[in-house]
Design a protein around this ligand. Structure first.
Ligand code: MN
Ligand code: MN
Length: 327
């Protein structure tokens, strides 16, 4: 694969140009991008990162296998977004900067989160905007600890669940609570957080009470159905307003018929047209980082969940690269 300052635009024969090497050939990096774990030497504008970690799940496991499978499916992505005309690999230098893999996976979730945070502190120090592929949703917390160190940020959060729970079986660091902890730690400004697509059954009526009490804007799936996704994302963006924003996309926001490969599926979810449309609408926001999480390949016959996850990551990349050029 080509590497160096000319990155994916190299004239040399390389895997990221499907006109030279077909998309199904070679090793699968994210979007067939140059793979560079030593990203500090020649940092890209945007770094695509995998976090193969899933010790934060509360039900079906498997998202530790997400990054490899999403890399594979992302090799199908072409260069230009047909809907918007965005050409992210021209608008910004983008690389696959490898995985934030956990060196001591059996030291517990909090230790793993410490390792992830340290990795993202390196990424931030190198001036790279991260686009992350999980991993379970607990990984958003250490990412925010690294990115929002200088003050709380806003968030567009698309998910079937608010993930603002608390102690569960003796720990807060599972995938159902990262955004309560992030508010508690001053990483998220809850009055600039919009959560979209929420649905499913509850343990008790107050399961997501923290979202409401802290002032987050919670949009149930019924609101998306009633108002339509365009109105919902416009309202969400107006709520979040100007200023730095993190984007977190849980693949279980999609309907299980198109995203069966995930740990806590909830019936009656978003379509890909709705989800992709909402991500495209984010163009122009000050996006400091984004993630797509919870793809679990062992529950993903045919790879459709990983394909949809890769597609959402491409849509995210398109709006992030556009913002990069404008900066
Ligand atoms: Mn979820
Ligand atoms: Mn989630």
């Amino acid at each position: 694969m080509a590497s160096g300052s000319d990155g994916q635009n190299s004239e040399t024969l390389n895997f990221d140009d499907p006109m030279q090497r077909p998309r199904y050939t070679g090793l699968a990096s994210f979007f067939r991008l140059p793979y560079d774990e030593n990203f500090e030497a020649d940092p890209p504008d945007i770094g695509v990162i995998g976090i193969p970690y899933d010790m934060g799940v509360t039900n079906r496991p498997g998202p530790r296998h997400g990054p490899r499978e999403v890399r594979n499916q992302s090799s199908l992505m072409r260069r230009i977004n047909q809907a918007t005309g965005a050409s992210p690999f021209e608008a910004a230098i983008v690389k696959d900067i490898g995985d934030a893999w956990i060196k001591r996976p059996f030291d517990g979730v909090e230790s793993a989160h410490g390792e992830i945070q340290a990795h993202f502190e390196r990424v931030k120090a190198a001036g790279i905007v991260p686009l992350t592929c999980g991993g379970d949703h607990s990984i958003s917390l250490p990412i925010l600890r690294a990115l929002a160190k200088d003050g709380p940020v806003g968030m567009i959060h698309i998910d079937a669940h608010c993930d603002t729970g608390d102690d569960y079986m003796g720990s807060r660091f599972h995938h159902g609570a990262p955004f309560k902890i992030a508010v508690d730690e001053g990483l998220l400004d809850p009055t600039r957080v919009a959560q979209i697509g929420i649905r499913g059954s509850l343990y008790d009526p107050s399961m997501w009470q923290f979202s409401f009490d802290s002032g987050m804007r919670v949009m149930m799936i019924e609101e998306v159905e009633d108002k339509g996704w365009k109105t919902c994302i416009e309202e969400a963006m107006a709520f979040v307003g100007d200023g730095p924003v993190y984007v977190s996309f849980d693949i279980d926001s999609l309907d299980p018929s198109i995203a069966p490969g995930t740990g806590t599926p909830e019936a009656g979810g978003l379509t890909m047209r709705e989800a992709a449309g909402m991500v495209r609408a984010l163009a122009g926001m000050d996006i400091i980082g984004a993630d797509m999480v919870e793809v679990s390949p062992p529950y993903d016959p045919g790879g459709v969940t990983a394909l949809n996850g890769a597609t959402i990551m491409f849509e995210l990349l398109c709006v992030m690269a556009k913002a990069k050029r404008a900066a």
